[in-house]
Design a protein around this ligand. Structure first.
Ligand code: GDP
Length: 369
């Protein structure tokens, strides 16, 4: 019998047109993306923000966090437009080591605040480690169960901007937008590690330090100089068998605070015990914070501190701008690596190397004028 493939009618070697395979990429993705990234004009953002539109506010904050130059330019315009409507809030920094109970406490403080003092609350965060870990744990909604579903709250995790300066600046700019959107209470959460606390301190009216009893942290706090920037200290987890230890820690802190000179604010920092988890003593902590705010508003320190902070941020912006301009300069970039190697190899001193790089930078600026 003849093999079927030898027959003239056999078309096995012909290329059939076949059936088009569906794309592995969702064809609507580009539309979805476009929709999500739709940019509005600065005026439209402002209008949405002033109306308290949370979606517009979120999108504007995303612009602030973007690294794209066109987004940055638009973000600056939005910030400028929001500035006249900002400032009408009480900004409270909340700091503590991981595990101190920051998110549990913010959930409790926040809900009590909204229930008893009214208004709206925005929870922001400064977490310089978020760039490294590719994701921030501070300001995470899932960690604040009650606040995250509260209609009057807005929670935003820490921006990821590499340097602490970048993260802090973006958080500060976000405060401006939140205030324009009518958030009259702002919490800025930060993790208790050195520089980020200082950055947080530079943008809040009150800096609250959460401590734990019996961890040796009492002394650490004093050593790290954190006592100088704390406007109030609270001992968390004062519940169950921990109550006595918490009270003891509180008296240690009170004694330690007496060794410090009177702060510039003219108001001595106070110490309270509470339990974020069992919601004990929360109102007492809030009262301590607002008593301070009332006192400094009366004695003029509140406005003085805000003015000083504005001045600080002006210089910070200049420093950051100059630094970026220098390091992003192409001529500098070309020369930097080899100069660094020369310094490491002992062929050039640090000062000569720095001068060479700076001269290159200035020359490039002059030539491009
Ligand atoms: P954060 O890392 O500072 O944000 O701390 P968390 O809020 O995540 O809390 C760390 C752990 O401490 C969690 O297991 C909490 O349930 C627990 N915790 C927080 N507040 C309290 C409290 O008031 N009492 C007790 N007993 N545990 C608490």
């Amino acid at each position: 019998m003849e093999h079927p493939e030898n027959s003239e009618e056999y078309a096995g070697l012909k290329v059939n047109s076949g059936v088009a395979q569906p794309s592995i990429v969702n064809p609507y993705l580009s539309q979805i993306r476009k929709k999500r990234h739709k940019l509005y004009t600065a005026g439209e953002y402002l209008e949405g923000i002033l109306k308290g539109d949370v979606s517009m506010l979120s999108q504007a904050v995303t612009l602030i966090e973007s690294v794209l130059p066109e987004h940055q330019a638009l973000a600056q315009e939005v910030i400028d437009k929001c500035l006249p409507y900002s400032g009408n809030s009480v900004r409270i920094g909340i700091s503590g080591v991981p595990g101190a109970g920051k998110s549990t406490s913010i959930d409790a403080f926040g809900t009590h605040l909204l229930d008893n003092y009214g208004g709206k609350l925005a929870v922001l965060a400064i977490d310089p480690s978020s760039e490294k870990t590719k994701g921030s744990i501070l300001g995470d909604k899932t960690r604040m169960e009650k606040l995250s579903v509260h209609p009057k709250s807005f929670i935003r995790p820490s921006p990821t901007a590499g340097s602490l300066g970048g993260v802090a600046r973006k958080t500060r700019e976000t405060i401006i937008l939140c205030e324009a959107a009518g958030y009259n209470h702002i919490f800025v959460e930060t993790v208790g590690v050195g520089q980020s606390e200082t950055a947080c301190h530079s943008m809040v009216d009150y800096f609250l330090l959460i401590q734990l009893a019996g961890t040796g942290d009492e002394l650490q706090g004093i050593k790290r100089g954190i006592m100088e920037i704390a406007d109030g200290i609270v001992i968390n987890k004062a519940d169950g068998e921990n109550v006595e230890k918490a009270e003891l820690a509180a008296s240690h802190f009170r004694n330690a605070l007496h060794l410090f000179p009177m702060p510039e604010s003219g108001v001595l920092p106070e110490v309270r015990c509470y339990s974020g988890f069992y919601e004990l003593g929360i109102d007492d902590v809030l009262k301590m914070v607002f008593d301070y705010i009332n006192k400094v508003k009366e004695n003029g320190y509140f406005q003085y501190r805000r003015n000083e902070q504005s001045k600080y941020w002006m210089y910070e912006s200049i420093n950051e701008h100059l630094k970026n301009d220098f390091y992003y300069n192409n001529k500098v970039k070309e020369l930097l690596r080899n100069t660094e190697l020369d310094v490491l190899g002992g062929k050039m001193t640090s000062f000569v190397a720095a001068k060479r790089l700076l001269d290159t930078y200035y020359e490039d600026i002059r030539n491009n004028r």
